[in-house]
Structures are given as C-alpha cells and as structure tokens.
Design a protein around this ligand. Sequence first.
Ligand code: MGD
Ligand code: MGD
Ligand code: SF4
Ligand code: MO
Length: 859
Amino acid sequence: MRDTKTKTTCPYCGVGCGIDVESSNKRQVSIEGDRQHPANHGRLCSKGTHLAETVGLEGRLHYPMIGQRTVGWDSALDDVASRMRDTVEQYGPDSVAFYLSGQLLTEDYYVANKLAKGFVGTGNIDTNSRLCMASAVAAHNRAFGEDVVPCSYADLDEADLVILVGSNTAWCHPVAWQRIEKARERRGTKIIVVDPRRTETAAMADLHIPLPPDGDIALFNALLAEMIDRGRLDGSFLDDHCTLPEGFLDALDPAAHDIDPAVFNELAELVDSNSRMVTLFSQGANQSVCGTDKGNAIINLHLAMGRIGRPGAGPFSMTGQPNAMGGREVGGLANILACHLGFSEAERASVADFWQTSRLCSGPGLKAVDLFRAVHAGKVKFVWIMATNPAVSMPDAGFVREALARCPNVIVSDIIADTDTAKLAHVRLPALGWGEKDGTVTNSERCISRQRAFMARPGKARADWKIVCDVAARLGHGQSFDFESPADVFREYSEMTVLATRHGKLLDLSNQAGITDKAYDRMQPFQWGGARPFEHGFSTASGKANIVAVSPSKARGAGPSLALNTGRYRDQWHTMTRTGLSARLSAHRPEPLLEIAPADGEAHGLSDGGLAHIETTAGRSAYRVAFNEDQRAGEIFAPMHWTDANSGAGRTGLLVHPECDPVSGQPGFKNVPAQVAPYNPGWRAFLLSRKPVRPEDAGYWVRSRIDGGWFTELAGDGAINVDKLLPPGERSEVCDFVRGMRRILVAGAGSAPEALLYVTRSGEIPHRDWLVRQFAQTECATTEWLAGRPSSPQPDTGPLVCVCYDIGENAVRQAVDNGAASVAEVGARISAGTNCGSCRPLIARIIQEHSGALREAAV
Ligand SMILES: Nc1nc2c(c(=O)[nH]1)N[C@H]1C(S)=C(S)[C@@H](COP(=O)(O)OP(=O)(O)OC[C@H]3O[C@@H](n4cnc5c(=O)[nH]c(N)nc54)[C@H](O)[C@@H]3O)O[C@H]1N2
Ligand SMILES: Nc1nc2c(c(=O)[nH]1)N[C@H]1C(S)=C(S)[C@@H](COP(=O)(O)OP(=O)(O)OC[C@H]3O[C@@H](n4cnc5c(=O)[nH]c(N)nc54)[C@H](O)[C@@H]3O)O[C@H]1N2
Ligand code: SF4
Ligand SMILES: [Mo]
C-alpha cells in the first residue's frame, strides 16, 4: 500500500476547515485537521473527524443510468442533451431548469451557470442556497449594495461580545464555536444566544434570550432604540457612511419587544459596554418569512453604532454549506446573473460579451419554491438536479415529489444511487465525490481553499463540471465549454470577475486569471476582499451603506396549534446520504425526536419516549417523543435529516409549508403551525441485522448504522410479520404470549448472529446499548442474546457522550464524583471531549446537572 498525503478542505459546513489526509490506494484514509489552515488551525469537529467512515463505496452510483438500465456515458449524455434540446425547441428556454447546491465546487457551479444563463438562455437556475442563505444575500445587497460578508474569523478572536442569532453554533459550526470559546478563555468575551430553544450553544452562553419565534426584528429594533436613548449611536459614522430612511430611527420604541424586561436590560448593558461586538447569524434568522428584514435589523444596529469594518466588530452571516459562498459568487442564484452582477442592460451586455453569446437570458429566473411549482404546473418540463436532495429538503416535500413524478425529464447528478430524489429521476449521472474531485470552495469568511482528489474514481463517475461541459458540447456549445481541467474553469471565472469590478463591485479575483496548473495545484487558502472589504466605501452608488427601515412581523395569532421549528443534529449532515454511513456519527441521535416541553407533551397526551405524529396542512410524520425543558411552551422541534431511504418516519420536509420571505424567496422552515397526537402502536420492536431492512408496512420504522450492521426501531399494529423482517437461517426463539414478548435470534456464520429481533406488546424491551456493543463484538451465548443482557452484570455505561473515545454518560458522572469540576478536568481524567471537542457542550451540561444533583443530595 502506498500512502499519500494531501491537503484538502472539509466537505461539510461553511467554516471550511482545512484537512490533512493520509490515504492508501485502498480507500483507507486517516484524517487530521490542517494546522496551517486559517479557518481551523488544526481543529476538526465530529463530522470532520469521522470523515474516514463515510468514504466507502456503499450505496454509490457507479455508472450512468437511464431508468433502471446501466448505460455508457455517451448514451447518457446524448439522452440528456436531446431531452434538453427537444424541450427548448418545443417549449422555449424557460421550460428548462437547473437546481444546484452549495455542495458543488465553484468550478462546477460556474459552468452550470454559464450553460443555463448564457447558452440555454434561461434564468431558471437556482440552488439549495435559496433555502439557506438567500435572506442574508438579500440583506447584504440592500445594506451594502453587494453580497459581501464584512467580517473574518479573526473578528471572533478579537471580539468582546459575540451575539449568536438563530445559530446553534456548537452543533452546526463547531470549530467556529471553539474559536469563540477560546476568545472567552483569553479575553473574557461574553456570549449571548438569541434562540427560542435552549440549545447546547445557549446553555454554554453567558446570556440566553429565549425569544418567541420570529421575535428578532422587534428585539433588534428595540435594542437600536435603547442605544439611541443611551446616546450610543456613532453619529459621525452615520453621517459619513450611511443613508438613513426618513423617520425610521425616531419611530423606534425600546419597549417594543417580546422578552423579559430584565433580560432585555442585561442584553442592552452588554451591547452598550462592548464596542467590539460580532453578531453571528444563521438559520434562525434566514429561514423565516421575514428573514431579510431580520438580517437588516441586525446590520442596522451595527451600522448605527459604527460597529463594522473594525477589528472584532461586524454583522457576520455564517454560511451553511462548504461552498454556499462560492455559489453566490459565481451567480448560482436565479436572481443574480454572474459574478455579483444583476440583470441591468449594461451588466447583461458585459456578460454576453465576455461569454461571447447571443443567447443570454433576459432576466432573473424562478426561485426554488416557485421553480418546483412551475415543474408541478407543467411549465418547466426538464429539470437537472445536482448535489442536492430536494425530495427531502424542500418545504412541502410531498408536493415537490409529486412535481418530479409528473415532470417528463428529471436528470439527477449525485454520488449516491438511491436518494429519495434519485428515485424520481429518468437519468442518473454518477458524480465524483469528496476526495475524488478537484476544485475550489469559498467559506464563510470569503476564504478560497482547494478541495483535492486523493482517491481513485469509483466506476465511471465523472466530475460535475465535466458532465455539464459534455452536455454543453452535445448542444453545440463545445467551443465555449472546452475546459480541460478545473484549473481551466477557475482561470476563466477569475478573469470574469473583472466585470464585477467594472460595475462597481468588490468581488475581484482577476489576479488569479493567469494562475498556472501547477500554481492551482499548490494553491494556499486566501481570502478575497481582505479582512475589511468595505474599507474604501460600500458597493452602493453613493458608497454609503443603507440602514433599512424594517418593522416587526405580525405575530402569528394564538391558535390551537403549536409552532414547529426544524433544524439540525450535531452529528448528521442534511439528508444523511454520507453521515448516515457512519456508526459513530449515528450514535448521537439514532432516531428523529419530537422535542416538546413536558407540560405541553402531557397536555397533548404524549409520553416521554413514546411515539407521536406531527401534522400540518402539508403532511404528517412520526417521531420518538422527547420531553425537554429547553423547549418553550407552545413550540416543538424536529430534525430535518430523516428520509424514505432510512425510515418510514420523521420526514420533516413533508410538514413545512412553502411560505417564503417576499424579498429573498427563502422559505420559513422554523415557524410552521402544527398539531401533535400520540401514536400508541399495538407492538414495538427493534431489530439488529447485518443487512439493512425496509419494513414498509410498519407504522413507524427508523434504521441507523451500527458497527457490524444496522439497528432498526419499529412499531406497528396488528400482527407482526417476522418472516418478512428476518433473513433466512436457523432460529432460536423465546416467547411469552401473555406478556406479548417475542425474541428471535437468527444464526449466522460462526458465533455471530445474523439478526436479532425483540418484540413487545406490553412495553418491556431490553436495553439497546449493551446489545449494540455486543453485536459488533459477537462474544455472547444464545441465552444472553435472548435475555438481552449479560449473564453476569456489567457496569452500565449510559448513553454515549464522547464519540471519539467511546465514553458514556455514567463515566462522566463518575469523573465529577471524583472531583472533576470542569470540562477540562473531565478531559484530563477520562479523555472525554479532548479530541474533536463536539461533545464538550454536552459534558458541560452533565457536569452542571450532576453537580447540582450532588449539591441537592448534600443539603
Ligand atoms: N451538524 C450539522 N452541521 C451543519 C449542518 C448539518 O446538517 N448538520 N448543515 C450546515 C448548513 S447547510 C447550515 S445552513 C447550517 C445551519 O446552522 P444553524 O443555523 O445553526 O442550524 P439550525 O439548527 O438550522 O437552526 C439554528 C437555530 O435557529 C433557531 N431558531 C428557530 N426559529 C428562530 C427564530 O425565530 N429566531 C431565532 N433567533 N432563532 C430561531 C433554532 O431553534 C435553532 O436552534 O449548519 C451547517 N452545519
Ligand atoms: N425542514 C428543514 N428543511 C431544510 C432545512 C431546515 O432547517 N429544515 N434547511 C435547508 C438548508 S439550509 C439546506 S442547505 C438544505 C440542504 O439539503 P440538501 O442539499 O438536499 O441536502 P444534502 O443531503 O446535503 O444533499 C446533497 C446531495 O448531494 C449528494 N452529493 C454529495 N457530494 C456530491 C458531489 O460531489 N456531486 C454531486 N453531484 N452530488 C453530491 C449527496 O449524496 C446528497 O444526495 O436543506 C434545507 N431544508
Ligand atoms: S466545523 Fe466540522 S463540519 Fe464544519 S468544516 Fe470544520 S470539521 Fe467540517
Ligand atoms: Mo444550509
């Protein structure tokens, strides 16, 4: 085996951590944080740390497929091109659409945008960034005249106050969170979290502001009013660098917010006394029907106080995906033409000239939600989906599935064969994945880094940019798409940014236009725009930033419904096509939970640990109930991750209504009226199996990866058909019909069982943790397997806390009993939390709760 070392970038979140990979030619890889990378200086979170577990070939799409037929590339590309050509000829360019993703590389994005807007001639090219960043983009454009993030990560190191708005940073941008924590250790930085839920991030903060859903505009407007009253505005910055809407400031009222006045006062004190203030915001701000106004409410406060463009200060929109920013730069959104340019005559003329095309689209295209509506209505008859899974992740996902099922031409480029979206495709194109493809990404702080290939391509998989160019050539545009490599694409894109500067924008990579292949190979991470991009003025015509008059959204009328909030788990990535392959990452939350305040749960007849349905006007899904004091009354939370591929439950995208922000078109994923009802099944069961099962007829099922196989939770009514669930093989069985208990072991090769099924009608069912561990090791007697516990008692480790070192909650408690009083001390004793650090907030919480319990016991 030959080992190679490669520097690349993490394929998950927008922090954009650098990674050192050591790989063999057998796809064995070991991963470490890149100490030289400015985004992470060697740190990685749990998802980055466990990347090696997700680069296997399980589930991959290896060959192009037309329907269920494997075909060669020529047939597949001919088919895609002729479908596209016929559609355009018959119905015009706007009957064709592209739906892209912030997980494409900049080079992929650039050629797809060039093909759609420049040569097919349609503006109908949008991206999952519409679901993610569109409101921040719109807020930047309104305030600064250009979509430029005015901050850098170094500002997090230099801030005295960090306000996190709608951001579960410790879970979703963990390395940025660790950086904020370091600042707290070093300079006493105060952390405020504005989030309706008491997340792990909020629990670690100095102040948590549990505002009602969409209460952000009221809060920031009130804060601005309070700062006016305190005489804390920066008059000269306002005069020199801002445009103020008539009467806006005078009309603000410091009392017009929906939070506890004492908490508001604490917030105001901290804002008053810390001019080095960063407000970091993500989906709790963006994913709202008033998301753009939320962004501007935050930016307004920074502008009015002159807290922007200075060390340790600024409004900082964090990007979600690894290359959400790159997509914004090249122009992958339907309302941007290319390179931060819009659709004015002058801008269009520049772009048409640069691309040497006469077919440039005439104006903006449809935004994601409208785009799928047009597919549903039969106006769009050809859609090419790349690197995203809209059948799961779009709001009203049931409608989106219906739309795709009706559409005569659905093309899907993915790395996985059977995603929920790929199942609806006419043509599936196998893309190269992380570690196989080459190109660049831009992270949250405008830092461009290389992703590099270090593994052989599986089957016939091809790079996304190359697939697009191959189709373009078949459409007769070969000359404009004769790129030979990602470096070639990058050069053209860099050269094109000259147009942006010509039209008064800051985006400027023109010094990269002549980069050689060699230099591209060796490219070091670099930030465009510098640490203070607006140093010489904003990108508006006047050079001044706009304070935007925003007013609080009307509160949703109190009704019988609950407010459904949706979002992320620490160790899962979106629709789980990659993180779902890792047993380590699946252990943190093996099932989709419906989190609800205990009093609400009881009032709705739910029981903690039982099952329930969430129902909205859009659909219904099933979840495991978790009573949680950290939920506000009247609000529930459910994760976005589960799909048809691994469950018959928890499909949260089905539930989300498609209402959007009127400015940005971003859907309101976080505040959806919903109902809950208990689901009391006739039987419950779980199955450990070497091979995955799909118990379609169960009322509830969820499958997750464990070492040595799969773990499936099931529940249903009527008879349970064990023969459908279990593989063939010799069975040992115990059952107790009175208590409704049945346990079956199916023997496998050697001492390892092939499958184990535990069924109960009364509720008694063994502990899962011990069985899951044994299933990996398989050193057990049949009687122990069937009993579901060891014949001689072993210490119970409790729920898994530290994924890296396999340490359970009870060991953390034990460490506290033995005197550990902080996360660091727990780490020193038992190593928990000392590798990736993603479980540190959880450890802090266990210490807090357990030492509280110890104190109470002592009184
Ligand atoms: N582990 C993990 N990390 C990820 C991802 C992942 O799938 N898994 N995805 C990446 C991507 S693409 C993205 S976009 C980011 C998202 O990162 P985040 O934005 O941090 O994640 P979310 O969980 O979607 O939502 C954040 C918080 O917004 C809160 N919220 C809901 N409504 C409101 C409101 O009205 N006001 C305020 N102030 N807060 C509200 C929610 O309670 C939630 O805790 O994460 C990135 N990182
Ligand atoms: N309910 C709810 N829904 C949400 C959200 C929420 O908070 N709540 N958040 C929204 C947000 S912010 C986002 S960003 C979206 C994310 O939602 P999606 O983009 O749908 O989620 P992913 O699972 O990341 O989908 C990426 C797909 O690309 C494939 N893939 C990976 N690498 C490559 C590659 O190199 N090339 C190609 N061609 N394919 C590849 C993967 O296998 C996977 O199928 O979800 C949105 N949906
Ligand atoms: S914080 Fe984690 S998921 Fe995000 S880029 Fe870094 S290692 Fe990857
Ligand atoms: Mo996102």
